[in-house]
Unconditional design. Structure first.
Ligand SMILES: Nc1ncnc2c1ncn2[C@@H]1O[C@H](COP(=O)(O)OP(=O)(O)OP(=O)(O)O)[C@@H](O)[C@H]1O
Length: 877
């Protein structure tokens, strides 16, 4: 058919094999290969132009004469006609070159005339042909698409396999993706077009599955000789050696392309037949890709997910683009599992990241192994990288397939390996330590069910869930020990001092050995708790501590069980508690500004707890610890009540008690905050006369506050939580608890009022001679304020609003902490920045750090647990 590569043939549809056998028209692929049809072997036919023309005409005559207008089929034929399938004939086979009749202009007139006559006389056939030509046009675009991808894939016969014929191997060939230059240099390559769209590849996949002959296409994209990103794509290309069409079948073998260093095999996928081993795959092409030459096919993982069941990949070719989107199961684990080089390579990558971050990071030097612990800023950076990798919504653009590295979660893997190699013998033989996971979690189940292995702990460090402490080196210290020894136990700590004890345990100051990091460890004897039926209290405390992430609440770094002792490793507060601190104040009470500061921070902590569905119930100065920086930390949650919270929008009630919304001296003619006008009934601290402008400003602020109070309020605190437990401390018990009427979050506002009262006056308001008297006073006695010390009207007004005996009328019951925050006692306070405010001065310098009485060098600490009455005593010896 002349020298053109590619032919457009009009062939008469035939179901008779013999007719097809007669049709021996050669065809040529544009690469110069011809495929004969009979024996299935490749034949390279070259014909002279004239011979070819005459042969064509003869064949045409023969075809026209022999066949009636049963229907004509037009086919861009990639091979000789096949008798195998009628349906197959209906689909044109694309061949990648222009199609034109081979009839030229230099033939003899008689021949031309004969042809013309033939055409005229066979008008009916032409009509049929016209109908068929419509299908040609509709299929040309598809053919073009197939052609484009066909061109992008170079088919090379696999070693030992015959492209055309090896029936034993079903005509399987290896198709490798190579740079364009490689293709042009190869004289044996056949280009194959692959449809662009995923659904097309899917349909082709189906059709190819039913075809007997197909070629497997394996693509490999390498980024370097040593570190290769390999994308194995299994494609089946039905070559038209027996049927006059080609079908393509693409099946992604591997979808992992997040790093150029990965090599991966998927267990779920059957190994393709006749695939070339990875080592045989085009190293020179890999280097070409590396040097910037664009491969014919570039893999784009557009949205692959390691955890989900969806992995998408886009294969691009420039300028021809082929997209292959494959949905398949998770592959992430396997890539790590099955290729250790992957892990090591990624570890290198991470070490590079680490080194780049080192300069800006604070370091903690481990005294034991002399390695440095990076601050959490590094950890969080790495964490973000890990999570990016772990998420594997990896999109490796075609232009960045070699450089845009998605890092895998190899640190975890690395750690897991190290952990696996940590011998159990490293642990103390007498300790039976069981590690628990301590991140804040929305899960509120029991600790055994929520405890997570160390692996999970490290892959998702607790600090990542506690942003306000994310820079804390104590996280890094704990994690370092865990990575080093696999699990944390009491043996890792030097217990330096007993800080105190309560109903369910003893709290020790402890140093994590080799890190200079101090912690408060609450040690609880499980046997003792079980015997005294206090296990639920311990459990409640653990669960709540795990949830917390707030500047005025304790951070739980980790928890573990060691020798049947439950240990909670928390933030250490060196400033003592407010009860002790108050005793040290002149007059045993705090100045009002200091009291205001402390209650404000406590209010924020309570508000946060309420929003988490925790009613604290045990507010008292003993449970308010002072941090090193002077800010507070609310501790001790074993009496807390867990409940659900359903945020509601509360409109202002029209008949609100004026006492609850009173501003500064609202009933007085005086606008002074601390005036001595009779209606205020309180002496002022120091009479001041403000300039008119200040008065105006104050008035405006009061008006604005009133307007704010009149707005609807979103309440996200428990308003209907109920409990009948008799819990708390006598002097702090709310009337509804004493009366056993059932109580809810409002009890915290009662205790908040008692707390403020105690800070300001140095004693609680209803204290009696004994506990019984105290309880009776709480229920029956009216609130009274002593004459001294002097306390502002606003403070007393707030206390009055809080210590309302009926909980439904109590300040805070309706709108929670927001209602209390708006009280004039807190006017001008910047709630959002109070954590940055300068705290009240401590009465005397506190001894921060390690007490000298106990040697930090004492490495062999043992706990002795003594139960004396209802109390546990743990002693060091
Ligand atoms: N993080 C900490 N930092 C410093 N000291 C602490 C810390 N936690 C607790 N303490 C001290 O330990 C003492 C006992 O702690 P805690 O009250 O939590 O034990 P408890 O058994 O829960 O007590 P309770 O009987 O109130 O339930 C406290 O009074 C406090 O002084």
């Amino acid at each position: 058919m002349g020298s053109y590569s590619g032919t457009c043939e009009i062939v008469e549809e035939s179901e008779e094999p013999k007719l097809v056998q007669r049709s021996k028209w050669p065809y040529r692929s544009h690469s110069g290969f011809g495929v004969g049809e009979k024996d299935g072997k490749c034949s390279f036919l070259k014909m002279g132009y004239k011979d070819s023309l005459e042969n064509d005409i003869n064949q045409l005559f023969e075809a026209i004469n022999l066949k009636g207008p049963k229907g004509l089929s037009v086919s861009y034929q990639g091979g000789a006609s096949s008798s195998s399938s009628k349906s197959a004939l209906k689909k044109p086979i694309p061949v990648g070159m222009p199609h034109s009749p081979r009839v030229g202009g230099s033939e003899s007139l008689s021949l031309k005339q004969a042809l013309r006559d033939l055409c005229i006389s066979k008008a009916s056939e032409m009509a049929a042909m016209k109908r068929s030509s419509m299908s040609i046009s509709s299929t040309v675009s598809e053919a073009g698409r197939i052609k484009s991808l066909f061109n992008s894939v170079v088919v090379e016969p696999a070693s030992g396999s015959d492209f055309c014929g090896d029936e034993n191997k079903w005509g399987m060939v290896e198709v490798s993706l190579v740079p364009e230059e490689s293709k042009s240099n190869s004289s044996r390559m056949i280009t194959v077009s692959v449809p662009h769209e995923a659904h097309q590849s899917k349909s082709l996949n189906q059709s190819a599955n039913s075809s007997p002959r197909f070629a497997r296409v394996r693509t490999e994209i390498s980024t370097g000789s040593s570190k290769s990103t390999r994308t194995d794509v299994s494609a089946s290309v039905k070559i038209g050696t027996q049927a006059p069409k080609a079908e393509l079948h693409w099946m992604e073998k591997q979808t992992f392309a997040s790093s150029p260093s990965y090599s991966y095999a998927d267990d779920n996928m059957p190994e393709p037949e006749n695939t070339v081993p990875a080592s045989n795959t085009l190293p020179e092409k890999a280097s070409m890709l590396k040097s910037g030459q664009q491969g014919r096919l570039r893999a784009v993982a557009s949205s692959s997910s390691i955890n989900g069941n969806r992995v998408s990949r886009m294969a691009r070719n420039s300028p021809r683009v082929a997209k292959i989107v494959v949905r398949r199961k998770s592959t992430g684990k396997k890539k790590i599992k099955q290729d250790s080089s992957t892990a090591s390579c990624a570890a290198n990558t991470f070490s590079e990241v680490n080194s780049s971050l080192d300069s800006s990071s604070s370091q903690l030097v481990c005294q034991r192994c002399h390695c440095s612990l990076k601050s959490l800023s590094n950890e969080s950076n790495q964490e973000s990288i890990r999570s990016q990798s772990a998420g594997i919504s990896a999109e490796v653009s075609s232009s960045h397939v070699n450089s845009d590295v998605r890092k895998p979660p190899l640190v975890e893997n690395d750690f897991n390996k190290r952990r696996a190699s940590v011998p159990r013998a490293k642990k103390s033989p007498k300790s039976r330590e069981k590690e628990h996971f301590s991140p804040s979690s929305s899960s509120l189940g029991d600790s055994t069910s929520t405890s997570i292995s160390d692996d999970s702990n490290l892959s998702r460090p607790s600090c990542s869930n506690k942003p306000h402490m994310s820079k804390d080196v104590r996280w890094a210290a704990i994690r370092h020990i865990k990575m080093q020894d696999g699990a944390l136990g009491l043996r890792h700590f030097n217990l330096l001092k007993k800080l105190g004890f309560g109903d369910i345990g003893t709290v020790y100051l402890a140093e994590l050995i080799g890190t200079n990091c101090l912690y408060a460890i609450k040690v609880m004897d499980n046997e003792f708790l079980a015997r005294r039926k206090k296990m639920p209290r311990a459990q409640t405390e653990k669960e709540i501590l795990r949830m917390l992430d707030h500047p005025f609440l304790p951070t739980l770094y980790t928890q573990f069980t060691s020798d049947n002792l439950s240990c909670l490793v928390m933030e250490y507060c060196p400033g003592g508690d407010l009860h002790v601190l108050r005793q040290k104040q002149p007059g045993r009470c705090f100045p009002e500004p200091a009291a205001r500061f402390y209650v404000a921070e406590v209010l924020l902590a309570l508000e946060y707890l309420h929003m988490l569905g925790v009613v604290y119930r045990d507010l008292k100065p003993e449970n308010i610890l002072v941090r090193e920086d002077g800010h507070i930390m609310l501790s001790d949650f074993d009496l807390s009540l867990r409940c659900t919270v359903s945020p509601t929008l509360v409109k202002p009630s029209s008949n609100m008690d004026p006492a609850r919304i009173s501003g500064p001296c609202t009933t007085s003619s005086c606008a002074e905050p601390f005036c001595i006008e009779p209606p205020c009934q309180v002496p002022c601290f120091s009479p001041r006369f403000l300039p008119a402008s200040a008065k105006t400003k104050r008035k405006l602020r009061a008006d604005f506050a009133a307007q704010v109070r009149s707005l609807p309020q979103l309440v996200a605190e428990p308003t209907d939580a109920r409990s009948n437990s008799f819990v708390g401390t006598h002097e702090y018990l709310a009337p509804e608890i004493i009366k056993g009427e059932g109580h809810g979050a409002a009890v915290d506002w009662w205790t908040f009022g008692i707390f403020l009262y105690e800070l300001l006056y140095g004693r609680t308001p209803f204290k009696g001679a004994g506990n019984e008297d105290t309880l009776a006073n709480v229920v029956l006695e009216n609130l009274k304020f002593p004459d001294s010390p002097l306390v502002s009207f606003q403070a007393r007004d707030l206390i009055r609003g809080l210590l309302v005996k009926e909980p439904e009328n109590r300040l805070g019951t309706e709108k929670g902490a927001a209602e209390i925050k708006q009280h004039p006692f807190f006017e001008g306070l910047n709630w959002a920045l109070i954590r940055c405010a300068v705290p009240p001065e401590l009465p005397e310098p506190y001894e921060f750090g390690v007490p000298s009485m106990m040697s930090p060098e004492a490495e062999s600490n043992y706990l002795e647990c003594k139960a004396t009455g209802d109390h546990l005593e743990f002693e060091l010896f």
